[in-house]
Design a protein around this ligand. Structure first.
Ligand code: BES
Ligand code: ZN
Ligand code: MN
Length: 504
């Protein structure tokens, strides 16, 4: 959906939009926002009566709506509950606006007037970002492949106009935020499309082509390493994972040149389908493994957003793309692969394929001269056991980088929880025949996954973000349907901004 967002002028009560939107907090008097939705005393009295009769309490995400019959001119009003003011956050604004977007769509309204003046925050830019971002995320829908059912109009063809009424807030700061929100939402929605697309339509070559298609208009340099090139470079790890599939692996290198002193490498796991390989997964829920490429998706989305925001830092994006399939040519448990940096990996379980493709990608990031490496992947089921679907897991070798990642996530409303690296865990992935084995036991599974990948970062500060639980959700107000979230696009984009600011 295209969002046409502006700062409203004059009084919101005079807006000619199809839908007026006001926010309300639990246990607060209506007088805080009533003036914004109309001046007529009788209309206001009716509103108050109706809200009381229907016992609207402004609980979080509970909303109330009424026709206005011409008092104010806008035909309909929605009041969105924000819960207690003490629980206010910009992420709540994002989610609430996602809900508003869907309500507007249900009511066939394509123009909104939104009063944000009662959302009290000192972060006006963040407010503009969250409001516009929520609107665009909530309005997104995956078109699907139905024959009979008319698919919804292509996302890009649908439009929503929104005027935001700011009260005393700075329009300049709010506008900066709106621009940021638009950029980030578009990148996240692109990633959500990637996550939904099934693997017969998105196998490694297709994902690489998708990245190439995104790169040009974004102003990113792009290079695709095909299987021949991967062989020449000695990337035995990703080739080993992909050798069971008729669709050979790819590695995509994206570059944004922001001209700073430092280089940040963002690395993502791009398994277009994870069947487990010879260590085959059970069938229940296996269809979900089409989203095992959302780490690579997040890297592509972040690079696109970074190229739009232009922080003063060089950023390399590396997408490690393969399809993990069982077949006569597939890697087998016990096989030993050699990664780009020469380290050997005993494959004790072909279903622990993510860390194997990332071994090549992360050591290649070192080779390309990265000063920081941040890698993200749907790496372990254990991450879902630890944190459920509420937070991504961080495993980092460097405290400063970890702090920056956590701060970026905090600022962007993406929850991240750091797990420890204790040297004792190392023995869990020792191998008798190779430098490491890819699949230790279940103990500390998310941590050992991250530590194994960190082995390939050498001395470069390294952070691993396991998004197995957060890249895909079975609920959520931003989209009525379950599905891909686009998680880490915001955090990685903000991280580039932070590192640019701190490394000059
Ligand atoms: N892609 C999976 C992890 C996953 C599970 C992502 C559920 C999203 C939802 C990964 O490749 C995998 O299979 N991991 C194994 C590792 C084990 C064999 C060491 C796991 O988590 O069981
Ligand atoms: Zn996987
Ligand atoms: Mn797997």
């Amino acid at each position: 959906m295209r969002i046409d967002a502006h700062v409203g002028t004059g009084a919101m009560s005079q807006s000619s939009a199809e839908l007026l939107v006001a926010f309300a907090f639990e246990a607060e008097t209506l007088s805080r926002w009533l003036p914004e939705v109309g001046d007529e005393e009788q209309w206001k009295a009716h509103l108050v009566q109706a809200l009381e009769r229907e016992q609207f309490k402004a609980e979080w995400l509970k909303w109330w709506s009424t026709l206005t019959w011409g008092h104010p001119p806008a035909p309909r009003l929605v009041i969105m509950g924000m819960g207690p003011r003490g629980e206010f956050s910009l992420d709540r604004v994002r989610r609430a606006m996602g809900q508003v977007s869907q309500i507007a769509a249900d009511l066939h309204a394509s123009s909104l007037a939104v009063d944000v003046s009662m959302l009290e925050t000192r972060e006006v830019e963040g407010l503009g970002q969250a409001a516009v971002e929520g609107l665009a995320l909530g309005g997104w829908q995956f078109a699907g492949y139905h024959r009979e059912v008319q698919p919804p109009a292509a996302d890009a063809d649908r439009r929503m106009a929104a005027d935001f009424y700011l009260g005393a807030y700075s329009a300049e700061a709010f506008r900066r935020g709106m621009a940021r929100g638009e950029t980030l939402a578009a990148a996240q929605n692109m990633v959500r499309d990637l996550g939904w697309t099934p693997s017969n339509r998105l196998y490694p070559q297709k994902l690489a082509e998708w990245a190439e298609k995104e790169a040009a208009p974004a102003g990113l340099e792009v290079a695709v390493l095909d299987e021949g090139r991967l062989m020449e470079l000695g990337m035995g790890a990703i080739l080993g994972v992909g050798q069971g599939s008729v669709h050979p692996p790819r590695m995509v290198i994206l570059r944004y040149r922001g001209g700073g002193k430092k280089t940040l490498a963002l690395v993502g796991k791009g398994i277009t389908f994870d069947s487990g390989g010879i260590s085959l997964k059970s069938s229940a829920g296996m269809e979900d493994m089409k989203y095992d490429m959302l780490g690579a998706g997040a890297v592509l989305g972040a690079l696109r957003a970074i190229a739009a925001e232009k922080p003063a830092i060089d950023v390399i994006g590396i997408m490690a793309i393969a399809q993990n399939m069982p077949s006569g040519s597939a890697s087998k448990p016990g096989d030993v692969l050699t990664a780009f940096n020469g380290k050997t990996i005993e494959v004790t379980n072909t279903d622990a394929e993510g860390r194997v493709v990332l071994a090549d990608a992360v050591s290649y990031a070192v080779h390309l001269g990265a000063d920081f490496i941040v890698e993200t992947s749907t790496l372990t089921g254990a991450a879902i056991i630890v944190l459920g679907h509420e937070a991504s897991a961080l495993v980092a070798t460097d405290d400063h980088l970890a702090e920056d990642v956590l701060a970026a996530g905090e600022r962007m409303g993406e929850r991240i929880w750091r797990l420890p690296i204790y040297p004792e865990y190392k023995k869990l992935y020792e191998s008798n025949v190779a430098d490491i084995k890819n699949a230790p036991g279940r103990d500390a599974g998310t941590i050992t996954g991250g530590m194994i990948i960190a082995e390939f970062a050498g001395e470069v500060p390294f952070a691993h973000l396991d998004i197995a639980g957060t890249a895909w959700t079975n609920e959520g107000p931003l989209n009525k349907k379950a599905g891909a979230t686009g998680v880490m696009v915001r955090t990685l984009t903000e991280l580039a901004q932070r590192l640019a600011a701190s490394s000059g």
